[in-house]
Design a protein around this ligand. Structure first.
Ligand SMILES: Nc1nc2c(c(=O)[nH]1)N[C@H]1C(S)=C(S)[C@@H](COP(=O)(O)O)O[C@H]1N2
Ligand SMILES: [Mo]
Length: 398
């Protein structure tokens, strides 16, 4: 009989002689270095719950936005209710912004754990702690890049939407690992009252646990109220931190990219080309002579602002029919703009065939301003603002 020597692999982290490193335990590493009851499991669990809710909503609404801008074959986003994307994207930006004060408070509550001794109890514990780097790094990255994007400031060399999307997955993955690893502590933290009877829950001269939670909640509420007015119109006047105000801009509507920025000018020889089996070429007078329809639809920008307006123009489906373009064709909507990511968009069913999808010639009762896309711009129900192409010059089936 051959006997195999079985050596049990020892956990190198657990076997590490931490006790020999006791002399390192100074400053924040020493026992009891952080005495405030605010650095507690109870607060961490409550803030974590709020953050978990904000991150989940933010992630799911972010997926909606991503897949609408990179539409896969299986996605059939509806055209009604017309405000659906306005709500999902408004929630995406609002929950992202609300998460900023929550995350700062949560990181402050738990940062003493950075100095926990020993740094890791086992290999598994070391891996779990390492995953926190992904979680904290990812969360800070997502909130910071999102906020800077809302302010339309792009100081980085990478393409924002792709990076923001993938780091979103990494962050949520690390969040799931974190919740699983901390399930016991989370349950205990949530089920313990912030102040147990007869317990001292504050250091002298400091906030109580309840006071801390109320402070963080107030800050989060204030930040949210000061920004959601950019899409919740009744709160417009208090949206002091909002990037856009619903009715400020030419024809009472904000402008995202101006004609000057897009290098587009008025062109007296303008023609719209509909490049179907039957090629149609129309000048502005001919477009104006076609049956005109009026719809009340919002522009809902991915940056979080949105505003409704009255649009008048030609139904896209009428133009597609004239050019004999098949019903299910995906349409590329091209603009007079020569450069830039958003000079064209693609239009799928049901949006391409919806009776409310127009090439608008008029906005709020007036001829479309050059900044809003004169001579004509696409406006379709329930679609990201970034796909509502301005200065349209050509429709072609793909
Ligand atoms: N050709 C073109 N169309 C465009 C854009 C652009 O950069 N180029 N920006 C889009 C974005 S991001 C938004 S939010 C809406 C805003 O429309 P508005 O400027 O009329 O409010 O236009 C869209 N249409
Ligand atoms: Mo936008």
């Amino acid at each position: 009989m051959v006997r195999r020597a079985r050596t049990r692999l020892k956990d190198p982290v657990a076997a590490f002689p931490w006790s020999k490193l006791e002399k390192l335990r100074r400053g924040p590493l020493r026992e009891g270095a952080f005495s405030s009851p605010l650095h507690s499991e109870r607060i961490a669990a409550r803030l974590g719950l709020l953050l978990g809710i904000a991150f989940t909503i933010c992630f799911l609404t972010g997926l909606v936005s991503h897949f609408m801008q990179h539409q896969p074959g299986w996605l059939h986003w509806p055209t009604s209710p017309v405000w659906l994307y306005r709500v999902t994207q408004g929630l995406h930006v609002a929950t992202g912004i609300a998460a900023i004060p929550l995350l700062i408070a949560k990181l402050w509550t738990v940062y003493p754990k950075l100095f926990a001794w020993p740094p890791a109890r086992s290999l598994l514990h070391a891996v779990e702690r390492g995953s926190l780097l992904l979680l904290v790094g990812g969360a800070v990255f997502e909130l910071a890049t999102g906020l800077i994007n809302v302010a339309r400031f792009y100081p980085w060399g990478f393409f924002f939407t792709t990076t923001h999307y993938w780091v979103g997955w990494i962050t949520v993955g690390a969040l799931v690992v974190h919740i699983a690893a901390k399930a016991t502590e989370i349950r205990r933290g949530l089920s313990t009252p912030l102040r147990k009877p007869g317990e001292l829950d504050r250091n002298p001269g400091s906030l109580s646990r309840r006071g801390f939670i109320i402070t963080v909640g107030t800050a989060t509420g204030a930040v949210t109220l000061a920004t959601v007015g950019q899409t919740v119109t009744p709160l417009q006047d208090i949206a002091v931190l909002g990037q856009r105000h619903g009715n400020i801009g030419p024809q009472h509507l904000p402008v995202n990219k101006s004609a000057v920025e897009a290098k587009v000018t008025r062109d007296p020889s303008y023609q719209l080309i509909v490049d179907g089996p039957q090629r149609i070429v129309l000048n502005l007078q001919q477009l104006q002579a076609m049956p005109q329809h009026t719809v009340w639809l919002p522009i809902a920008c991915v940056e979080g602002w949105s505003a409704s307006a009255s649009w008048t123009g030609v139904r896209v489906r009428d133009l597609l029919d004239l050019a004999r373009i098949p019903h299910d064709a995906e349409i590329r909507v091209e603009s007079m703009q020569q450069h830039g990511l958003y000079k064209a968009s693609s239009l799928h069913t049901p949006h391409s065939r919806d009776s409310r999808t127009l090439l608008a010639l008029r906005l709020n009762g007036q001829e479309l301003d050059l900044d809003h896309g004169f001579p004509c711009r696409l406006i379709a129900p329930d679609r990201p603002g970034v796909l509502q192409t301005k200065w349209v010059s050509r429709l072609i089936p793909l």
